[in-house]
Design a protein around this ligand. Structure first.
Ligand code: ADP
Ligand code: MG
Length: 235
């Protein structure tokens, strides 16, 4: 797995500057992110830890272009998201980023193979080419025996491995994973983190993984802690 959608070997996969998010809750303004500067280098694996409510999901949504910051900028492979219209932003997201969530978000009526092929078919790939690439990824994550199964027929760990395969199928520059193992038992969670680390080394895809589990986070290159709207390097 090489040739990811990276801009250049030195352009950060994702960079943000002065990233700020304020939510209105009733008649109260809540400052969740207060000026975050962060660069995710090509091939880098970063864990972002923080207690529940510290703003991890908010940060990932902003970095992935799924939500708008109150202030500050995000660029993905060197392109400023705020300067792109919705269609161009969607295309950049589809080609440069992959997403994994706490709950797998696989479509229940599709097979495992169809789910993993979906980002490619949405991106305009022919069905047969997409299926072949999806099958390759599913073999890599140890799910070659589950290609025709529906998500409802798979275990929690298998579903998350399929979700990781789906995030990587487009060979993105960066995968954003929001508590990808939050719903799994300890042993299964550790195996998914091992898999993420291996795929990161093989594919060169950067990973930013949010978690509240410090032990799992310690497996990554860098651990950032989100507290009071700011990020600190903790290792
Ligand atoms: P984490 O993922 O670390 O648990 P979140 O990013 O989900 O944290 O939430 C951070 C804070 O922002 C919380 O106080 C939450 O209530 C608030 N928040 C998140 N989304 C919204 C929203 N859409 N509207 C208002 N407040 C929100
Ligand atoms: Mg969250």
């Amino acid at each position: 797995m090489s040739d990811t959608a990276t801009g250049s070997p030195t352009t950060p996969a994702i960079r943000c500057e002065g990233l700020t998010k304020r939510y209105r809750q009733g008649d109260l303004d809540v400052d969740v992110l207060m000026g975050i500067d962060l660069a995710i280098a090509p091939r880098e694996q970063i864990a972002i830890v923080g207690v529940s409510g510290s703003g991890k999901s908010t940060l990932l949504h902003l970095l992935g272009g799924l939500d708008e910051p109150t202030a500050g900028r995000v660029s993905v492979i060197g392109r400023d998201m705020s300067k792109l219209g919705p269609a161009a932003r969607g295309r950049l997201r589809n080609h440069a980023l992959g997403f994994v969530y706490q709950f797998h978000h696989l479509l229940p009526e599709l097979t495992c193979l169809e789910n993993v092929a979906l980002p490619l078919t949405i991106g305009g790939q022919a069905t047969r080419v997409a299926a072949k690439e999806a099958e390759r990824l599913l073999e890599r994550v140890g799910l070659e025996h589950r290609l025709r199964h529906k998500p409802g027929e798979m275990s929690g760990g298998e579903r998350q491995r399929a979700a990781v395969a789906r995030a990587l199928v487009t060979r993105p520059s960066c995968v954003l994973a929001d508590e990808p193992t939050g719903n799994l038992d300890e042993r299964t969670a550790a195996r998914v983190w091992d898999l993420i680390a291996e795929l990161n080394r093989e594919s060169g895809t950067s990973f930013l993984v949010a978690t509240h589990d410090h032990a799992l986070a310690g497996r990554m290159d860098r651990v950032l802690t989100l507290t009071d709207g700011r990020v600190d390097e903790s290792t």
